[in-house]
Design a binder for this molecule. Structure first.
Ligand code: C2E
Ligand code: CA
Ligand code: CA
Length: 581
């Protein structure tokens, strides 16, 4: 009778009604039809309305569905019971049938509003916790993951592994691809890493997994993308560092295969840093800092490498901080920093045709500090701008003070950091600072391949500008970077500097071939060549015979103070070159 009346009233109001005979059937019908609203009578054969409501609520599909219960009694106890089992609304019998459809409508509208808010909340949660590009958890989720794992570890006494991956040279790749394809590349990388981790264990990374229930016993890995070109993997209950290294190696392998993006085949390598809690840090901050330090060490080890955190990395970091502080002070004083000059000898005449200016830092307590150490510190701290300016001023002043003893025929080479080069007022500043010497000497600027590769179009116009006002341009350490032969044709380059590592290899298998190839390439393009780091007569002879233009190295002269340089500037070095005795 109740069912019949309910059906009539609701159908009349345009709703569809499905009925069940008893409590058990009600549950089946609910599961099958997933209605928008459930209307239960407390008095039913089999399970009663309270029990059915309770079971519907236990079903994930029934969490939010509005449930209306018709109770026989108006007593407080059964109403309480109804709410306890999760009823949304109750009606005491006899039901006021004419009002039922209105109440049902009202409940449906409230339920929809609730679901809308839920959906909105989920969306906000998604944006707050997930990176929309790769759909991986973002930095915020990552921090929470780390926090949660370390807390759990403290309780269980188990270790947590943290692997940080940085994609090598991502900025450069991104610049050359354009942002859209750069994004695509990141998505591909994320998929590769995800796929590779999934083959090793259970991966938690998905926003659809509301709660991280893990059923299997194997490795549990949490993947996230905390930053631009950085990915993180948390290894729950890590066993030892070998296990973490194995995960890192699999990721390296997974990325070794080229990734194809609009028919371009790209190979990316990550640098991988590994740290393990509690040994390498028992707070999220310290563990992350140390994994990060290991990743940066992997980058400076030559990229595409895996490094584990160890104490020495902290010492390195502390040393960098000290150097930065001291360098800042030295730049203010200006006295501890000076230039030395290494002659470059013309292989045909034996005369000094050029000189490379190299910076030196003599610290009162730390002694002589190598530019190999302090230039990177200057670059990462921004001090390179002030240091670069000081270098230009010193070269200018040294050449002025040397006067006539510094022959005009000697070209002066100055090293530039890529960061100096990106300053917008760089060209003006360069002219200003070198104003006393730039008309008297040929000045050559030594740039690395990186400058040509990143942000090619802006740099190309700057290089053309420099060339137009009379500076020559050299590529330093040629062959060690991302040699793309096309830039040799596109950029207004004058000189290639053959890196010392190739000169050292002369006489070894394969070594001669590379140098010969560079020499014939540059001859074909009409470029000068300077071989750096020449230490033996054999090296010199080979270079002279194969048409190298200039030779620079300890065989001929070490970098000299300006006073010592002017003493040899007019000497002839034919004898030392080892040719024409
Ligand atoms: P680089 O430009 O490739 O400089 C060549 C380095 O090789 C110099 O080291 C030089 O002293 C050294 N060298 C020269 N001949 C020989 C040789 O026969 N055998 C060996 N083993 N080494 C030789 P240095 O002066 O320590 O400079 C190291 C690097 O620091 C330079 O590499 C350059 O990248 C950077 N640097 C030096 N001075 C400056 C500067 O004024 N500005 C900038 N931005 N970087 C500089
Ligand atoms: Ca150089
Ligand atoms: Ca070099």
């Amino acid at each position: 009778m109740v069912r019949l009346l309910a059906r009539e009233c609701l159908e009349e109001a345009g709703m569809r009604v499905v009925e069940a005979e008893d409590g058990n059937q009600a549950l089946d019908v609910f599961a099958l039809q997933q209605p928008d609203l459930v209307f239960l009578d407390v008095d039913m054969p089999g399970k009663n309305g309270f029990q059915v409501c309770e079971e519907i609520r236990a079903n994930p599909l029934g969490k939010n569905v509005p449930v209306l219960i018709a109770t026989g009694a108006d007593d407080k106890e059964s109403i309480d019971r109804g709410f306890q089992v999760g009823a949304t609304q109750y009606k005491t019998k006899p039901v006021n049938w004419p009002l039922l459809s209105r109440d049902v409508r009202y409940m449906l509208r409230a339920a929809k509003a609730f679901l809308d808010i839920k959906a909105q909340e989920n969306k906000l949660r998604y944006f707050a916790y997930f990176d929309h590009l790769t759909e991986l958890p973002n930095r915020r989720s990552f921090s929470e993951q780390l926090h949660r794992n370390l807390l759990a570890g403290q309780e269980t006494g188990r270790q947590t592994g943290l692997i940080i991956l940085g994609i090598d040279h991502f900025k450069r790749i991104n610049d050359s691809l354009g942002y859209e394809r750069g994004d695509q590349l990141l998505r591909n990388i994320a998929d590769r890493i995800h796929g590779c981790l999934a083959s090793m264990g259970h991966v938690i990374s998905d926003h659809t997994h509301e709660d991280d229930i893990v059923h299997d016993e194997g490795l549990v890995l949490e993947l996230a993308r905390p930053g631009g070109d950085e990915f993180s993997v948390i290894v729950r209950d890590a066993v030892d560092e070998q296990q973490l290294e194995a995960v890192g190696l699999e990721i390296l392998k997974a990325l070794a295969e080229p990734i194809t993006i609009s028919s371009q085949h790209l190979v990316v390598t990550p640098s991988v840093g590994i740290a393990m809690s509690p040994g390498h840090g028992d707070t999220p901050e310290s563990l992350l800092r140390n994994a990060d330090a290991a990743m940066h060490a992997a980058k400076s080890d030559g990229r595409g490498q895996i490094r584990h955190y160890d104490e020495s990395l902290n010492r390195d970091a502390a040393e960098k901080v000290l150097l930065e502080t001291e360098l800042r002070a030295a730049l203010e004083l200006g006295e501890q920093i000076f230039m030395v000059y290494q002659p470059q000898i013309d292989t045909r005449t034996g005369d000094v045709a050029g000189v490379e200016a190299l910076v030196r830092w003599n610290h009162p307590e730390l002694g002589n500090i190598s530019p190999v150490k302090f230039i990177p510190v200057a670059e990462s701290s921004g001090l390179i701008i002030a240091l670069g300016d000081l270098i230009l001023r010193k070269v200018n002043d040294d050449a002025v003070s040397a006067g006539e003893n510094f022959p005009d025929s000697v070209a002066i080479s100055i090293n530039l950091s890529p960061i100096q080069f990106t300053q917008s007022d760089f060209v003006t500043k360069l002219r200003e600072t070198l104003k006393d010497i730039d008309s008297r000497f040929k000045i050559e600027l030594e740039l690395t391949e990186g400058v040509l590769m990143s942000d090619a179009s802006t740099n190309l116009s700057k290089l053309k500008e420099l060339k137009a006002i009379g500076f020559d341009l050299a590529i330093d350490d040629f062959g060690t970077g991302y040699s793309s032969l096309s830039y040799l044709r596109n950029f207004p380059i004058d000189t290639l500097k053959i890196d010392r590592s190739f000169v050292v290899d002369l006489g070894n298998e394969g070594g001669d071939g590379i140098v010969k190839a560079i020499l014939s390439l540059s001859n074909a393009l009409g470029l000068r060549t300077v071989a750096e780091g020449v230490e033996t007569v054999e090296q010199s002879r080979f270079l002279c015979e194969n048409g190298c233009t200039l030779i620079q190295g300890y065989l001929l002269a070490k970098p000299l103070t300006i006073e010592d340089f002017v003493k040899v500037a007019k000497n002839n070095f034919t004898h030392q070159l080892g040719i024409r005795s």
